[in-house]
Design a protein around this ligand. Structure first.
Ligand SMILES: NC(=O)c1ccc[n+]([C@@H]2O[C@H](COP(=O)([O-])OP(=O)(O)OC[C@H]3O[C@@H](n4cnc5c(N)ncnc54)[C@H](OP(=O)(O)O)[C@@H]3O)[C@@H](O)[C@H]2O)c1
Length: 393
């Protein structure tokens, strides 16, 4: 059975960030549907060993490691195979430009912006996991989608849920988007307890198995803030029509409320292979091994409002979105620096949002007309956030 939208030929795919949590889940689905997909390019940052293994297993045309110092290692690991090896940031862009019908954008952080934009500019189907792209350059990315005619399919479980129930033909009938949030591992902690948490505790998400950065973002709820900005760009809905509702079980992945009082939701067990499969086979659907939802067994669903005192990151992201211009770019860059500092035990958990806020107050740059403006501002904000860190050590 052809699952790739009913096409006869296999769909060619490139995975930017194949060695990460989203990348590995995508390859897991491809492994279950081998004859329907052909792997064009795979990329990683430093994990040459896994990248080479994936490239050989999936018979990829090319494998790229972003860290140029690892080129020799990659070349050696791929010697005797037909997989082309390349390294460096330009090679990442070249990987995105290779002729694949479908590209998974799953690099973490602003580092994914250039390759993701390159894939979009080719006008193909882009499955977007890398939400930071939309946070730091949302207008430019969405303009590029419009100009190229690319199809942007959201991978984030919340946006994927909204995508499935959003009436694009009657946008004016949409009253609200309701993003659900698990509340992360510290939802029931006091502020005093949160001040003491370790990186190991923060990356242990109660429902989802994810990369370190997004796990910390979930724990601070910055992840939900980034998702508010992401939803604003993908669905072109203003900030005050995007609500956040804490739902610790992660069964309802998000909802859309309509003017007639109807609320449409997408439900499922928390397994990223469900939203990834939706984008991989789009517009068809494929079977996944995700555990099936048994509402009778769950019996009741819990909801609550986010606590603004414990999770200031959500307010910061909303402020950045309302201010527009350079603020979301600064928010994202400062958050990346602060999360990395927390993970390397340079600052405490509650200081992550404090560093972001200080950086947002300090950096005020002009409008972002080009992608170079975004990278310049990203660098300025990172420098400022790093100097905020040094005053805290
Ligand atoms: N994981 C989830 O369930 C989930 C859900 C929704 C959205 N997302 C979003 O999806 C994206 C990926 O998340 P993840 O959890 O899969 O992250 P992850 O496990 O940390 O994987 C990140 C991937 O990006 C690569 N990478 C990291 N830094 C890079 C750089 N500077 N240049 C080029 N490649 C780089 C990594 O390579 P190495 O392995 O070599 O480091 C890896 O392949 C994030 O934007 C996240 O917010 C994730």
């Amino acid at each position: 059975m052809a699952v790739n939208g009913g096409a006869a030929a296999p769909r060619s795919v490139t995975i930017l960030g194949s060695t990460g949590s989203i990348g590995c889940n995508t390859l897991d689905l491809i492994a279950r549907n081998r004859s329907d997909y052909r792997v064009e390019a795979l990329t990683a940052n430093t994990n040459v060993e896994l990248l080479a293994r994936q490239a050989v297993e999936f018979d990829a045309s090319c494998a790229v490691v972003a860290d140029e110092t690892r080129y020799g290692e990659l070349k050696e690991a791929l010697s005797g195979t037909s997989v082309e090896a390349a390294a460096g940031e330009d090679a990442l862009v070249e990987a995105a430009l290779r002729p694949a019908d479908w590209v998974m954008a799953a690099i973490v952080g602003a580092a994914g912006l250039r390759p993701t934009l390159s894939a979009i500019q080719r006008g193909v189907v882009v499955a977007l996991a890398n939400k930071e792209c939309l946070v730091c350059a949302g207008d430019l990315v969405m303009d590029s989608v419009t100009k190229s005619g690319a199809t942007l399919l959201p991978v984030d479980s919340e946006h994927n849920a909204i995508f499935q129930v959003f009436d694009f033909k009657q946008k004016s009938a949409v009253e609200k988007i309701i993003l659900t949030a698990s509340g992360g591992p510290f939802r029931e902690y006091s502020l005093e307890q949160m001040a003491q948490v370790t990186p190991a505790q923060a990356v242990a998400h109660p429902n989802w198995d994810m990369g370190a950065k997004i796990s910390v973002d979930s724990a601070t709820m910055m992840n939900k803030g980034l998702e508010v900005i992401e939803a604003h760009h993908i669905f072109r809905v203003p900030e005050d029509q995007i609500d956040v509702l804490v739902h610790p079980q992660s069964v309802i992945h998000s909802m859309v409320a309509y003017v007639d009082g109807s609320v449409l939701a997408q439900l499922g067990t928390p397994d990223m292979r469900t939203p990834i499969a939706y984008t991989l086979a789009w517009p068809a659907r494929i079977e996944t091994p995700s555990e099936r939802l048994n509402l009778g067994q769950i019996s009741s669903l819990h909801f609550e409002s986010p606590d603004p005192q414990k999770f200031p990151a959500l307010r910061l992201a909303r402020e950045a979105l309302r201010a527009g211009g350079s603020k979301p770019t600064v928010l994202n860059a400062a958050n990346e620096v602060a999360v990395a500092a927390f993970l390397s035990e340079q600052i405490g958990f509650l200081e992550i949002a404090a560093v972001v806020e200080e950086t947002m107050d300090a950096v005020n740059d002009g409008p972002l007309r080009t992608i170079e403006d975004v990278f310049h501002l990203d660098e300025v904000a990172r420098r400022q956030a790093t100097s905020c860190l040094s005053t805290r050590r």
